[in-house]
Design a protein around this ligand. Structure first.
Ligand code: 4AD
Ligand code: MG
Length: 478
C-alpha cells in the first residue's frame, strides 16, 4: 500500500534495486560533480540522499527543488561514497509535487528557537526535533495500550463532557449551548441552565477517574487514555490546558498493588521506547547535550539514554509524606532558609520540595504516600489514624509529579462524610455513591500525565514542545 517508506527502504536496501522516494527536501547541495538532495518522509530521523550529475535534472525543475519542497523521485539504489549512509538514490527522474518558496518558507536549514517553532506549529513536525518527538510520542502511546492489553485491562472510553468535578478543584472549562451574551435568566436573575443542553452545568472533563471507577467495579481492571482539560491559568513548563491522561483503575487493588503497578507500567513504557526508538532517542540525546553545552558541568543533565536506563533498572524509592517532611526539615536548604515555602507537616509540597527529594536527596524516582487528608481529593481512602489518606504521588527528576493516585474510599458512610466535608452536593454524585451501596469493593487507581512522560523520555524542557498543538493561555491559533 502506497510507496515504501524511507525507514523500510534503508533497512531492506539492496544495491541495484529500482526505488521510488516521496518526501520533503531537507537540503540541496550542488558541487562541480554532483547535485545532492537530502529527502525525508517523516518515517525516520534519517534522510535518504538522492544524487544526480550536473545537467541530469532540467534547470527549471532544479530551481524548484529547495528546502521544504516535496518530491517524487525515481531511481536506482547505489552504494554511497559519502559517510553516514550505506546507500543513496541515483536519480532517474524527479517530479516536484509542491514547491516551498525560499523567501517565504520559514524552516530553512539552520537552528530555529523552540519559541519560534511554537508559532509555526503547522510546520514544526517537519523539523528533526519534532519528527523525533512525534514518533516517540506515538511509540509511548502504543506501549501504553500494549501494556494494559497484555495485563488484562480493558480500555474504557469515559466522557469528555461531564457534569462532575472529579478533583473538586474548580478549574474547569464550561460547556454550554446557551447564548452567554444574552442568557435566559430565572426569577432570581441568575442564568437559567435548565434551558441548556443538559439542563444543568456541564464541563470538559478534568479526569476520567470517577467513571473509571464504575468500570473497575464491573470489569475489574480498566484504563482510560484520553484528553483532559484544566482551565488553570498556569504558565509553567509542566502544565497544559489540554493534556492526555492515562488512568488505570483496578478492583481488589490496595495502595501497595497500586504502587507496584505504577512502577512496573512506567518502566515498561520507557523500556519500550528504548527498544523501539533508538535512533530518535540518540538524536534527542545529542540535541540535549548541544542545548546544555554552555552550562557548567554540575548543572548539566545526565545523558538521556543513561537517565532512561537508570530509571528502568533501579527500584523507585517509597516513603510516606510524613517521612518526606522529616527529611525536608532536616535538610540543608531548610536550615539555610533556601526553600521559598517553609516546610511543616500539613503543607502541600511545592515543586522545590519535590525536586529536593528526587534530585538532591534520593537521586531517583520517588513514590510518596499517605498524605494529609486536607490536601487530597475526597475519594481517597482514609488511613486508620484518620489524619492521612492512602494517596500516592510518583515524582520524577526534572519533572516533579508525573503520577497522582490512591486507594479509593469504598465505605459508603465514610465517603459520604468526605463529600459533605469538601462541600460537594451528594445529589450530584448519586451514581458514584451508589457503587458503594451495591457490591462495593476495595479498589485503587492512578493518573499518569502523558505529556509529562513524553517530556521526561524526550529530554525536552517544556511541555508545550511534546504535544503537536499545545493549548495554554494565549497559545498560538492552531
Ligand atoms: O494529580 P492529578 O490531578 O490526578 C487526577 O486527576 C486523578 N483523578 C488521577 C487518578 O487517580 N485517576 O493528575 C494526574 C496527573 C498528574 O500527576 C500530572 O502528571 C498530570 O496528570 N497533570 C497535568 N499534565 C499536564 N498539564 C496539567 N495541567 C496537568 N495536571 C495534571
Ligand atoms: Mg496530583
Amino acid at each position: 500500500m502506497g510507496p515504501v517508506q524511507i525507514k523500510q527502504l534503508l533497512k531492506d536496501a539492496q544495491v541495484g534495486q529500482s526505488v521510488v522516494v516521496k518526501g520533503w527536501v531537507r537540503t540541496k547541495r550542488e558541487s562541480k560533480n554532483a547535485i545532492f538532495i537530502a529527502i525525508n518522509d517523516g518515517s525516520t530521523i534519517h534522510n535518504i540522499q538522492a544524487v544526480a550529475a550536473p545537467g541530469e535534472i532540467p534547470d527549471d525543475t532544479l530551481r524548484l527543488i529547495t528546502t521544504g519542497s516535496c518530491l517524487n523521485v525515481t531511481g536506482q539504489l547505489v552504494e554511497s561514497l559519502g559517510s553516514g549512509q550505506a546507500v543513496e538514490v541515483k536519480i532517474e527522474s524527479v517530479e516536484v509535487y509542491g514547491t516551498a518558496d525560499p523567501d517565504h518558507y520559514p524552516l530553512q536549514p539552520k537552528k530555529h528557537s523552540l519559541e519560534f517553532l511554537r508559532e509555526i506549529a503547522h510546520l514544526r513536525p517537519r523539523t528533526n526535533t519534532f519528527g523525533a518527538i512525534l514518533r516517540l510520542r506515538h511509540a509511548l502511546a502504543f506501549a501504553v495500550h500494549k501494556y494494559y492489553n497484555d495485563n488484562g485491562f480493558f480500555y474504557l472510553h469515559t466522557p469528555i463532557i461531564t457534569a462532575s468535578d472529579a478533583e473538586g478543584a474548580g478549574e474547569m472549562f464550561r460547556v454550554t449551548t446557551l447564548d452567554l451574551y444574552n442568557p435566559p435568566k430565572n426569577e432570581e436573575g441568575k442564568i437559567d441552565f435548565s434551558e441548556d443542553f443538559f439542563g444543568r452545568e456541564a464541563n470538559l472533563t478534568v479526569s476520567g477517574q470517577l467513571e473509571g471507577e464504575l468500570g473497575a467495579l464491573a470489569l475489574s481492571k480498566i484504563y482510560t487514555f484520553g484528553p483532559t482539560f484544566r482551565a488553570e491559568n498556569s504558565n509553567t513548563t509542566r502544565h497544559l490546558a489540554e493534556f492526555w491522561m492515562i488512568e488505570p483503575e483496578m478492583a481488589f487493588f490496595e495502595l501497595e498493588d497500586n504502587m507496584d503497578l505504577a512502577e512496573d507500567f512506567v518502566k515498561y513504557v520507557i523500556s519500550y521506547a528504548l527498544e523501539h526508538c533508538a535512533d530518535d532517542l540518540a538524536f534527542l540525546e545529542k540535541r540535549q547535550a548541544e542545548e546544555e553545552k554552555n552550562k557548567p558541568q554540575t548543572e548539566r543533565s545526565m545523558p538521556l539514554l543513561e537517565k532512561l536506563r537508570f530509571v528502568v533498572e533501579n527500584p523507585f524509592e517509597r516513603l510516606t509524606y510524613t517521612e518526606a517532611i522529616e527529611i525536608l526539615l532536616k535538610c540543608k536548604p531548610h536550615k539555610e532558609k533556601k526553600f521559598q515555602y517553609p516546610v511543616e507537616w500539613g503543607i502541600d509540597l511545592q515543586s522545590e520540595h519535590e525536586r529536593y527529594l528526587v534530585e538532591k536527596h534520593f537521586k531517583k524516582p520517588v513514590i510518596l504516600t499517605n498524605y494529609p487528608r486536607e490536601i487530597k481529593a475526597f475519594y481517597m481512602k482514609l488511613d486508620e489514624d484518620g489524619k492521612t489518606v492512602r494517596a500516592m504521588d510518583v515524582l520524577f527528576p526534572g519533572i516533579g509529579e508525573i503520577i497522582g493516585g490512591s486507594q479509593r474510599e469504598e465505605n459508603y458512610d465514610k465517603l459520604l462524610e468526605r463529600v459533605h466535608e469538601v462541600g460537594i452536593e451528594p445529589e450530584n454524585l448519586w451514581w458514584y455513591l451508589e457503587t458503594r451501596q451495591f457490591g462495593t469493593a476495595p479498589h485503587a487507581g492512578f493518573g499518569l500525565g502523558f505529556e509529562r512522560l513524553v517530556l521526561f523520555v524526550s529530554g525536552m524542557g517544556n511541555i508545550r514542545d511534546v504535544i503537536p498543538f499545545p493549548r495554554y493561555p494565549k497559545s498560538a491559533e492552531f
